[in-house]
Design a protein around this ligand. Sequence first.
Ligand code: PEP
Length: 250
Amino acid sequence: MRKPIVAGNWKMHGTLESARSLAAEVAAAAGSTTGVEVVVIPPFVHLHAVRNALGESAVQLGAQDVSPREEGAHTGEVSTRMLRDIGCRYVLCGHSERRQYQAESNELVAQKFMAARRAGLLPVLCVGESFEERERGETEQVLRAQLDPVLRLGGPATFEKALLAYEPRWAIGTGKTASPEQAQDVHRFLRSEVAAFSATIADLLPVLYGGSVKAANAAELFSQPDVDGGLIGGASLIATEFMGIVAAAA
Ligand code: PEP
């Protein structure tokens, strides 16, 4: 049995004060939800304050990105050790906004993913196709190209203690959500790609869906057999909406 996970990616939103109060609201509300791993993923500069605001709650902390390098003269970068130090358990690797606006290649994303694994963080590999790629029938080819460098570097155990997030680019922040059937088809495909290396690891692998998930559409998406929860952007900035999504995963 895979435990559902709902993770809120706060992206580049908020102030120190709003991050603190959102974290405190989520922590208080999460106390009454069992059976779902709840994760908040604030901007780097708010991690410390958010960790303190989460207190002793079961809500976990994640980061939006990480350096592939261990330490040294890499101005502006944040290492896996720093993230561990500050209390992160999860880290996003290859979010589509980083692939698109920071030109992160599949190879760089794979290096970040492996650095996170080595450090004992749980990397969340984000994959997804554009609208045009889907229209051209290239979805599986694009996803395979995003997965392959990671599998090449990591070998058969790559996705042990890791997560996948399927986030169709056309659904992120657009209000357009993949239908439950579209999500299930892709999630099944992703799991089967991992199963080609290890059926056991594929079976245990959490595969999250992301892309305009709201409290109103979450239950239908999460009811699909290969959808193990969600990576939530916009809707994670409103505690009641986010907790509505968490409730749909329970
Ligand atoms: C995301 O950025 O990971 C995301 C899924 O965003 P949104 O929920 O706003 O579409």
